[in-house]
Design a protein around this ligand. Structure first.
Ligand code: ADP
Length: 539
C-alpha cells in the first residue's frame, strides 16, 4: 500500500506571505523537494527539464538530485523528438525498466538502468499548458511501478507550483536587474524617492547634477540643495501632482550653471485592488546647449541686421548726396572718394553675405568648394596686410616673414579669407591700438602663421568656444565693435579644409595670438571625407 504523499514542503520552507525569497533560498527549496520526491519513489536521481519556448527545446535545470551540476550543464534536448520530446508532446508519462535497445546518449552518459519521464503541466484542469518534464531514475536494477506514477502525479503538482514560482521569480529578478541597470546607465538624469522622502534610486547622471550627498537611503530634502527641485518632488509626493519646470542649477564642484528641463512623475504600485502612490520620480534633461544656441541665434539675427544696416546706411547716404548734387557742388576728387566708399561698403556687404552663405552650406553638412592651386602665401599676406593698413591708423601692422617663404598648395581665395578674418579681428579688438604682427614661417613642411595683437584679449573660458558659430564674447568692448560671430567659425573650417589646425592663446586685457599650422603641400581632400569632420564642429 502506498502511503499518501506527504506535503513536499513545510510552510517555513516556502512561505509566499514572506515576500520574494532570494535566489539561494529558491535553489535550496527545490533541492530539498527533489530529494524528498526521490526518496518516496525510491529513486537514486531526479532532474527536471523546462520548456524553452524560443528554442523549442527542453533544458535541464539545476539543482538536480543524483547528478552533478557539470553533468547536466548545457543539457538541452528536442521538445518534439526522442524520449523526452515524445513525453512532452503526448503528455503521457513513460516508465522504462528495460533500457535494452534505447540509444539516447543521456542514458549511458548518466549510467541509467531504469527511469520514469513524467510531464509537468501548469494551469487549471482542462486548460493546462506544458511546463516541462521530470526524470526520476535509478542506476541499479530497481524497477519503477505504476504506483510510482500515481505518486508522481500528485507530487508533480506541488513541484509545478514551486517551479513556476521559481522561474517567475528568476524572470522577475532578471527583469528587475535589467530595468535597474538600464535606469542607472541612462544618459538622462533620474532620481526616485519613496513616500517617506528617501532616495530609493539615483543614477550616475543625477548624482553628478545633485552632488555626492544625494545617494540611496538619504532624505532628499537633506541631500538636494536646489530648492526648486525639492519643491517639485514634495508637490509630487504630498499633493500627487506631476509637473514640469525649467530649472537653473549650479553644479556642485565646478560651479557651472546648467538649465534643466525637469519632469516629475508619480510611481504607483501595481496592486490590482488598491493601486497607491509609492513614490515619485524626477527626470532631468540638460537643455543648456539648446537654450544657448537659441540665445546665440537671437543675438546673431540682431547682429547680422546691424552689420547689414551699417554699410547700407553709408551707401544710401553717399548715393543720396551725389544724387542731390545737381549743381556739381562736389569736385571730381571728392566724388571719387564717395564712389570708393560706396565700392568698399558694397564689398563689405558682399563679404558678409558670402560668409552667411558659407555658414549655411557648412550647417547643411557640405564642405565649401575648394579651388586647389599652387600659390605664394607671402604674396597673399602682403596683399591682405596692405588692404588692412588703410583701415587703421591706431595700429602698427607688421608683416614678419622670410622673403623666400615657399609656395603652398591650397585655395588661394580661402587662404586670403583666413588672413582677412584674423587681421580684421586683431584690428577690431584692439580699440586702443598697438602693434599687430602677422608672422609667417615654413618649418618641417608646415606653414606656421601667427596673428598677434595687444588688444582686449579673450577670457580663458571662451578660448575654445569662440571658434563655434555665432559665439561672441559678450562685454562692453565687443558690443561696441559689432560682429556676427561667424568669422572664426569659418577660419577654423577653412584651415581644416587645408588639413591644418588653429588655436588661440590670449590674456584678458593684454592681447591675443591666433596660431595656424597647415601643410605646405596639402592633398586635395574630397568633399565626402570632409563632411564627417565638419559635423564635429558644426554641433
Ligand atoms: P565677430 O564677428 O564677433 O568678430 P568672430 O567669429 O570673428 O566673430 O569672433 C568671435 C569672437 O571672438 C568675437 O566676438 C570676439 O569676442 C572674440 N575675438 C575674436 N578675435 C579676437 C581678438 N583678436 N581679440 C579679442 N577677441 C577676439
Amino acid at each position: 500500500m502506498l502511503t499518501p504523499p506527504e506535503s513536499l514542503l513545510n510552510d517555513s520552507e516556502f512561505d509566499h506571505q514572506r515576500g520574494m525569497p532570494t535566489a539561494d533560498e529558491m535553489s535550496d527549496t527545490l533541492h530539498r523537494l527533489l530529494l524528498r520526491l526521490s526518496s518516496i519513489v525510491r529513486a537514486e536521481g531526479c532532474l527536471f527539464l523546462l520548456y524553452d519556448d524560443n528554442a523549442k527545446t527542453l533544458v535541464a535545470q539545476s539543482p538536480a538530485h543524483g547528478l552533478e551540476d557539470d553533468q547536466i550543464e548545457s543539457f538541452e534536448t528536442s521538445a518534439s523528438k526522442g524520449l523526452f520530446g515524445s513525453v512532452f508532446v503526448s503528455r503521457k508519462p513513460l516508465i522504462q525498466n528495460d533500457i535494452q535497445g534505447l540509444s539516447e546518449s543521456w542514458i549511458s552518459q548518466w549510467g541509467i538502468r531504469n527511469f520514469i519521464i513524467f510531464p509537468l503541466t501548469t494551469g487549471p484542469y482542462g486548460q493546462q499548458t506544458p511546463l516541462g518534464l521530470i526524470l526520476v531514475f535509478n542506476h541499479k536494477n530497481d524497477n519503477f511501478s505504476e504506483d510510482d506514477l500515481r505518486v508522481l502525479a500528485v507530487m508533480s503538482r506541488q513541484l509545478t507550483v514551486v517551479i513556476t514560482d521559481a522561474s517567475m521569480y528568476l524572470r522577475f529578478s532578471e527583469e528587475k536587474e535589467q530595468l535597474h541597470a538600464t535606469l542607472l546607465s541612462l544618459g538622462v538624469a533620474l532620481v526616485m524617492v519613496d513616500v517617506n522622502g528617501r532616495i530609493s534610486l539615483i543614477n550616475d547622471a543625477a548624482a553628478r547634477l545633485l552632488g555626492e550627498k544625494a545617494s540611496v537611503g538619504v532624505l532628499f530634502e537633506d541631500a538636494i540643495e536646489n530648492q526648486q527641485i525639492i519643491d517639485l518632488l514634495k508637490t509630487a509626493i504630498h499633493s500627487g501632482e506631476e509637473s514640469q519646470q525649467e530649472i537653473e542649477i549650479t553644479l556642485p564642484g565646478s560651479g557651472h550653471t546648467l538649465i534643466l528641463q525637469t519632469q516629475t512623475a508619480l510611481v504607483r504600485s501595481q496592486h490590482l485592488h488598491s493601486p497607491r502612490i509609492i513614490g515619485a520620480v524626477a527626470v532631468f534633461n540638460d537643455i543648456t546647449e539648446i537654450r544657448n544656441v537659441e540665445r546665440l541665434k537671437t543675438s546673431f539675427v540682431s547682429a547680422v541686421s546691424h552689420e547689414l544696416r551699417t554699410p547700407l546706411t553709408a551707401i544710401k547716404g553717399f548715393v543720396a548726396t551725389l544724387l542731390q548734387d545737381t549743381e556739381n557742388y562736389f569736385d571730381d576728387t571728392t566724388r571719387n572718394e564717395f564712389y570708393e566708399i560706396i565700392d568698399s561698403e558694397c564689398d563689405r556687404l558682399k563679404r558678409l553675405i558670402d560668409d552667411l552663405l558659407s555658414v549655411s552650406r557648412i550647417e547643411a553638412g557640405r564642405s565649401l568648394e575648394m579651388r586647389w592651386s599652387k600659390f605664394s602665401p607671402l604674396k597673399v599676406a602682403i596683399r591682405v596686410a596692405r588692404a588692412h593698413k588703410s583701415f587703421t591708423q591706431k595700429n602698427q601692422l607688421i608683416l614678419d616673414s622670410p622673403k623666400d617663404l615657399p609656395t603652398m598648395r591650397g585655395d588661394e581665395d580661402k587662404f586670403e579669407q583666413i588672413l582677412n578674418n584674423l587681421l580684421s579681428n586683431a584690428i577690431k579688438y584692439s580699440p586702443q591700438g598697438g602693434e599687430i604682427r602677422l608672422m609667417l614661417r615654413a618649418e618641417n613642411n608646415l606653414l606656421k602663421i601667427t596673428v598677434r595683437d595687444h588688444g582686449i584679449g579673450i577670457p580663458p573660458d571662451k578660448l575654445e568656444r569662440i571658434f563655434a558659430k555665432f559665439e561672441r564674447v559678450d562685454n562692453s568692448d565687443t558690443r561696441r565693435t559689432g560682429g556676427t560671430g561667424i568669422g572664426l567659425f569659418l577660419v577654423k573650417h577653412l584651415v581644416e579644409q587645408h588639413g591644418g589646425r588653429v588655436w588661440v592663446e590670449s590674456k584678458l586685457g593684454e592681447g591675443s595670438a591666433f596660431h595656424i599650422e597647415m601643410p605646405l603641400d596639402a592633398d586635395e581632400v574630397s568633399e565626402a571625407e570632409h563632411t564627417s569632420t565638419f559635423k564635429d564642429f558644426v554641433k
